[in-house]
Design a protein around this ligand. Structure first.
Ligand code: ZN
Ligand code: MN
Ligand code: MN
Length: 282
């Protein structure tokens, strides 16, 4: 069964994310477990948790969580760093309580120090958070577009960071196609995708790839621009996504769109495109 889905809102109550995902014809979905643009977080109460579990059981959808945007696990600023580690630990525990298997995080910005130091700080943050959180939620490091000072835009960065994380059973990778393309990984043809997966396997190990963020890219190959576009309307193009979804290693993974939310219709259309590609496979 294909796991195809979208990033959906948790507005109202967190369990409503299941309804939104179902309405979009998703079999998987992604949520923020707290306000993505603030530091504060509302505590989950018993009712929120029970309703989430109930809808989880009823729908059988596959939920994934994404860290909020403010934390920076690569920050050289002690105060920001400590706050970020604390949030990572809290979110890992929250995922455990909600029975969410994966938490996706960006590696952050080294703020002009160095990639080397940034990677070391991210790994240290992961080690502390994994140890101090409850349960066994798997933390997924997401590749970035390679914007100024960002950490994690090459497979080598991800590998270095994973090597420094002590509990290997609790880490993996989320590959974002828009970020990857902007960072210089071509995805436009069958051969390009084959090379990409080979590279990933050689450097990181394909078994570490757990989720794919399926986004087209407004920016060109190697532009380092993090601008998502609707599927087939960007620089990657429909053929790229057809190529990607023709590989066995990709077909069993949750494929989550984070395309621009211009209208419900555009969003649904992106999901429908992925389903139509999926139906062409055999
Ligand atoms: Zn992300
Ligand atoms: Mn992403
Ligand atoms: Mn992005």
């Amino acid at each position: 069964m294909w796991l195809i889905g979208a990033h959906v809102s948790i507005a109202g109550e967190i369990s409503q994310s299941f309804d939104r995902a179902k309405a979009l014809n998703c079999t998987a979905f992604q949520i923020f477990t707290r306000n993505p643009r603030g530091w504060a977080s509302k505590k989950l109460d018993e009712k929120d948790i029970l309703n989430f579990h109930k809808k989880f059981g009823e729908t059988g959808l596959f939920p994934i969580a994404h860290m909020p945007y403010l934390p920076n696990l690569a920050s050289p600023n002690r105060e920001i760093y400590d706050k970020s580690v604390k949030i990572l630990s809290e979110e890992l525990t929250k995922c455990h309580i909600l029975k969410i298997q994966y938490l996706v995080t960006h590696l952050g910005s080294h703020m002009g120090t160095s990639e080397e130091e940034g990677i070391r700080r991210v790994a240290n943050a992961c080690n502390i958070a994994l140890k101090s959180s409850e349960g066994n939620t798997v933390l997924l490091l997401e590749n970035t577009a390679g914007q100024k000072n960002s950490v994690g835009h090459t497979f080598n960065h991800l590998r270095k960071c994973l090597d420094l994380i002590e509990d290997r059973s609790r880490v993996g990778v989320c590959f974002d196609t828009c970020h990857g393309f902007a960072a210089g990984y071509d995805i436009r043809t069958h051969d390009a995708v084959e090379n990409l997966l080979k590279d990933f396997d050689k450097i990181i190990g394909i078994e570490r790839l757990k989720v794919i963020h399926v986004n087209d890219s407004k920016g060109a190959l190697n532009s380092h621009l993090d601008r998502h576009e609707h599927i087939g309307r960007g620089q990657i193009g429909l053929n790229g996504f057809k190529a990607l979804m023709s590989f066995k290693q990709v077909q069993k993974l949750p494929l989550i769109i984070e395309t621009p939310y211009d209208s419900e219709k555009d969003y649904m259309h992106d999901i429908e495109i992925l389903w139509s590609i999926a139906r062409e496979q055999f």
